[in-house]
Design a protein around this ligand. Sequence first.
Ligand SMILES: O=P(O)(O)OC[C@@]1(O)O[C@H](CO)[C@@H](O)[C@@H]1O
Length: 395
Amino acid sequence: MPETSESSETSEPGDPSVILSNTVGSFPWSVLAERHPALIRKVRDAFPYGPEQRRALDALLTSGSEGVIEPLGAEAEDREQWETWGREYFGRSWFDVPFLWSESYFYRQLLEAVGYFDPGPWKGIDPFRPFKLAELDTPEADEELAALDELVLRPAEDQEEALLNGSLWGNRADLGFSLAGGVGEQADFQLVANDSELLRSMFAGGTLCLVADNAGRELIPDLLLIDHLLRHGRVERAVLQVKPYPYYVSDATTADVIDALRRLTTAKGAAGQSGHRLWSALTDGRLTLRAHPFSCAPLPYTDMPDDLRQEFAAADVTVMKGDLNYRRLIGDRLRPATTPFVIPTAYFPGPVAALRTLKSDVIVGLDARTEAALVAAEEQRWRTSGTHALIQVRT
Ligand SMILES: O=P(O)(O)OC[C@@]1(O)O[C@H](CO)[C@@H](O)[C@@H]1O
């Protein structure tokens, strides 16, 4: 089993333990101790930030590895919000508080360091944008879009299956996905749970809420799937939830949706047509964007505010994309992998599906044989390697 720690302050009686980051060598520890410093250096190199921002980035580097969690600056508009979300963690080591919380707060602090929210020249400059844009501009992205020309010649059902797979595998760590490959041969091989038939039976003309994950080469297939579902009357309306500000490096914001749409509308053939249809769907309201502040909250969806709860309740099906949304949907806690998916999602106010490649320790809904086979083949590496995926549904 992956290494975890238990904290009497974070685990309710009878509940599985909340994942912390204080076990050296564990996955969460590696994210804080290795990934975050590497990301700070990457961002530092990607922009000609002045001395003030560089100093702040260096301070975050030091704080993250050997310091304690500090509150946001007095002028930060969301200072109070973050206090509500976890003032008890201020003054503690980043490694000793829930992994979900410290990871989220790291991104908020990184934006603080580069002046993303401050009045001034760097306001609103997404520190991750160069990496997101680069993904849209690759020969692989061109090939994937060109492959749509053949896909649209196939029966609508096959297209839907391929696009669902494209959306799922777009979430892979390497962001590779293939719309062309026979309907997901490789994907099926690596799926550890597959409720795709059930999910597709829920596309029955109502409202789809798709909670987006990454921009770039994950968002493109998400948009293509939405276009297909709208075009074929599989859903009447779609709501695409994105992040209100840059988060977890590549999470999609409204600006990223626009970049992805531009990439589509300027493509030739079927991809271009799809882009134009999506553009119209946004303008006539069949597709709407939402960027709720809770989308960047360091908390599980069990704690969502009422207005967001109502939004999910109004959807006929909500599709949660990606690993982080999965952690937030079921709670960032270690449960037995065979726990039925319906148990940790019972609170969710409507039918919900998870489309996720496995990139962190949490998982539920496996059958015992699948888990045993995975462990026999890979010990626990399958949980975090990004080479396995799942589609799980709670009706
Ligand atoms: O939500 P995504 O994009 O699928 O994955 C995000 C993610 O891999 O990033 C973290 C590491 O930084 C993991 O803990 C996490 O779940």
